[in-house]
Design a protein. Sequence first.
Length: 88
Amino acid sequence: MNMQERILQRLTDGLAPDRLDILDESDRHAGHGGARPGGGTHYRVQIVSSKFTGLSRVARHRLVYGLLPNEFADGLHALAVDAKAPGE
């Protein structure tokens, strides 16, 4: 399973999202810190989940990051997160 598939699986299992879009932006970061040949290091996630209802932006980000410790340990370097509750 590649990094994008791993992120998809972890966030789907942990947050049961209504919507989840994951974009690999690794090519935009070539030569920057954490970038590796072949990508799989920098992603953008847009996620809508009822699990975010009533949570602050920081709490939402912590929830997402907290589901991905193994991915960060395996080379995920940066994750831009747009996390919303349904209706936002």
